[in-house]
Design a protein around this ligand. Structure first.
Ligand code: B12
Ligand code: SF4
Ligand code: SF4
Length: 243
């Protein structure tokens, strides 16, 4: 089934990119609840970029200004996801919108499903050395949301990792948490890419508690990634994305 009408709707609602994931490729992915994907065959993956200006306020720690944009983009993505879910239902399909940024398991730090894994399979980008989804047009400034569906939408194909020899995120991380490891598609675990606890402690203890931001945000490994810099759409590199 042609996915163009749903992609166009997402872009009209304010999304910057949209792709379709074949859920067969994500059967091994942990979900909450475990049977979350039962009865669903595809996922609509939707991305909206935080404007680069917000990152210019960040040096080695997040700012309240970045927090504000983070919250606003999450809110817009949740609204777009509801509109896509309604459109899917009006086309006769089943739909489940997954919250943009909700932690359900606070011990293991897990949401319902990894939006990054869905976006990777939907061709929106690759998983970089900072473990984030890197889109060729917006870098990891892209925030993500997912809508599960049983409509038989034509899936998009994953893209190749383009981190190459770059190590800017590893060099800049204030927690020394990025291991500087490249993976062809995705790491087997978060620990393969990160000293996970270092990142978690930096965000939850130093930034959320001591800086008083209240939420575990950072933004440093997003800011320094060369792919996050604003680029003109006509300058190329995004031909196959965001259709
Ligand atoms: C819990 C959480 C956190 C925790 C834990 C982070 C983590 N890496 O899991 C903390 C608080 C530390 C955190 C920090 C950050 N977060 Co956070 N976080 C989440 C949240 C709510 C759930 C993540 C989750 O469930 N992970 C589960 C694990 C298993 O998945 P994963 O982390 O993606 O890693 C695996 C898969 O991607 C996988 N993979 C890819 N394809 C496939 C296929 C298969 C079959 C398998 C098995 C695996 C696999 O490889 C990895 C290892 O298995 C998501 C929202 C969401 N629902 O996705 C946002 C999210 C991941 N966070 C995000 C961001 C931006 C951040 C921060 C930069 C903070 C900030 N906003 O400034 C940092 C970055 C830290 C880092 N370098 O990873 C964005 C990422 C956007 C992007 N472009 O990648 C998300 C998607 C929120 C959003 N709506 O956009 N976060
Ligand atoms: S979110 Fe911050 S602490 Fe975590 S890996 Fe990125 S730069 Fe390092
Ligand atoms: S900063 Fe470099 S190594 Fe890190 S994610 Fe971006 S391109 Fe990859």
């Amino acid at each position: 089934m042609d996915s163009k009408p749903l992609k166009e709707l997402a872009l009209e609602c304010g999304a910057h990119v949209c792709g379709i994931a074949d859920l067969d490729l994500l059967q091994e992915l942990p979900t909450i609840p475990e049977n979350l994907l039962d009865g669903y065959t595809r996922a609509v993956s939707i991305g909206m970029a935080v404007p680069y200006g917000a990152f210019l306020t960040i040096d080695r720690a997040p700012t309240r200004l970045y927090m504000h944009h983070y919250r606003t983009v999450n809110d817009i993505l949740d609204r777009i996801a509801l509109k896509i879910a309604a459109a899917v239902e009006s086309m006769g399909g089943k739909a489940l919108a997954i919250p943009a940024s909700e932690i359900l398991d606070h011990k293991q730090l897990l949401g319902n499903i990894s939006h990054k894994a869905v976006a990777r399979v939907a061709g929106l980008g690759w998983q970089g050395k900072n473990l984030l989804l890197i889109n060729p047009q917006y870098g990891s400034r892209l925030r993500l949301v997912t809508v599960l569906t049983d409509l038989n939408l034509d899936p998009d194909a994953p893209v190749k990792n383009r981190c190459g020899k770059c190590s800017k995120c590893a060099d800049a991380c204030p927690a020394g948490a990025i291991k500087n490891v490249t993976f062809a598609d995705h790491p087997r675990s978060r620990d393969e890419a990160l000293y996970f606890e270092r990142c978690v402690n930096k965000l939850t203890r130093d930034f959320a508690e001591e800086l008083g931001l209240g939420k575990p945000v950072c933004g440093v490994c997003i800011k320094v990634c060369p792919w996050s810099r604003p680029r003109r759409k006509s300058s190329g590199g995004n031909g196959e994305f965001g259709k």
